[in-house]
Design a protein around this ligand. Structure first.
Ligand code: PHE
Length: 348
């Protein structure tokens, strides 16, 4: 190769390379351009190899130009490479971009069961009055469910509620949360102020107002000097808090073996305000059973019945929820139908 041809080749290659570099779109393409312009088989390398055959002066001239061109090309390749890397990064970021201002897709949130809402409200009302929450077992012995509650084996009250027995002799599904009274008193000395929410079981054929499984809240207060007016005041305060300040409350004599005297507490009907309607009949709705704890019950747990007195009450959660939300059929509570359940507010 003569010097003229060598110089021409170098200029051509520079021109060609700059054109190609400007066109490449990817790092891979740039790589192959680099190989074709500067690789072992490139015309640039051929020129360099031929330098040895040139005269000294020509070698200097061509060599210098070859070096200049090499630096320009190196710079051009490098510039394009970093440009492509930046572009690739930008593309990646753009592809990964998340618009944090877009409204999120919300999963369907559950809500509290209406029985749970009512239970929490009732329990909260008593916690505010200084009561503590306790729980008892759903399978009970005869002692806790009956005998300790002043219902001995031959007592006629045993047939008042049809019990569900289990395969273990002497044990049954508790028929009322009153059984928890006994556990609570056994585990501590007075003063006792407890509420006990829970499930109870009775042999009932399900219909609009009966279910073999339902829920009660038991209340128990035992202390020195507790009187019937404490019971009345407490339940009136509760009923007004729960159903509204305007509520009238009345106590009607009633019978439960574990209280004496016993009473049923009625609130004035919130549908008709007390004048009488299809819901209440005579203007009153019974919401709970109550009474002064029978001295025999206090003695059964080893309390001094001369020194201590107390009151107890038991309330059906379903009943309160049905009245509160105007629910016509108790079975709706247990069907797990979302269209029913979703009407009662969100979980908090
Ligand atoms: N345990 C009674 C019932 O289920 C309610 C009650 C509780 C009555 C406490 C008096 C005292 O009907």
């Amino acid at each position: 190769m003569d010097p003229q041809e060598a110089l021409r080749t170098l200029e051509e290659e520079l021109e060609r390379a700059l054109g190609l570099i400007a066109q490449v779109r990817t790092l891979d393409e740039l790589e192959s351009v680099q190989v074709s312009v500067l690789g072992k088989k490139s015309r640039y390398t051929q020129v360099q190899r031929s330098l040895g055959q040139l005269s000294e002066q020509a070698r200097k001239d061509v060599g210098r130009r070859a070096n200049e061109i090499r630096s320009r090309l190196d710079a051009a390749f490098e510039e394009r490479r970093s440009g492509l890397v930046k572009e690739a990064e930008r593309a990646l970021i753009a592809a990964d971009r998340v618009d944090v201002t877009l409204p999120g897709r919300r999963g369907r949130a559950g809500s509290l069961h209406p029985l749970t809402i009512v239970e929490y409200e009732i329990v909260d009302a008593f916690i505010a009055m200084g009561y503590r929450v306790v729980e008892g077992p759903e399978i009970e012995t005869d002692w806790y469910n009956f005998t300790a509650l002043n219902i001995p084996p031959d007592h006629p009250a045993r047939t008042m509620k049809d019990s569900l027995y289990v395969d273990i002799p002497g044990m049954l599904l508790r028929t009322e949360t009153s059984a928890v009274q006994i556990h609570a008193m056994e585990s501590q000395q007075p003063p006792v102020y407890v509420v006990a929410p829970g499930r109870v079981f009775r042999r009932e054929t399900p219909d609009a107002t009966h279910s073999p499984v339902f829920h009660q809240i038991e209340g128990l207060a035992v202390d020195e000097g507790i009187t019937f007016s404490d019971l009345k005041g407490t339940l009136e305060a509760f009923a007004r808090g729960m159903f509204g300040e305007e509520q009238r409350v009345r106590l009607v004599p009633s019978y439960f073996p574990f209280v004496e005297p016993g009473a049923e507490i009625d609130v004035s009907c919130f549908r008709c305000g007390g004048s009488g309607c299809g819901l209440c009949g005579n203007g009153w709705i019974e919401i709970l059973g109550a009474g002064m704890v029978h001295p025999a019950v206090l003695e059964n747990v080893g309390y001094d019945a001369e020194r201590y007195t107390g009151f107890a009450f038991g309330l059906g959660i379903e009943r309160v929820a049905m009245l509160r939300y105007d629910i016509p059929d108790i079975r709706l509570f247990y069907e797990g139908e979302v269209r029913f359940l979703s009407q009662f507010g969100r979980a908090t």
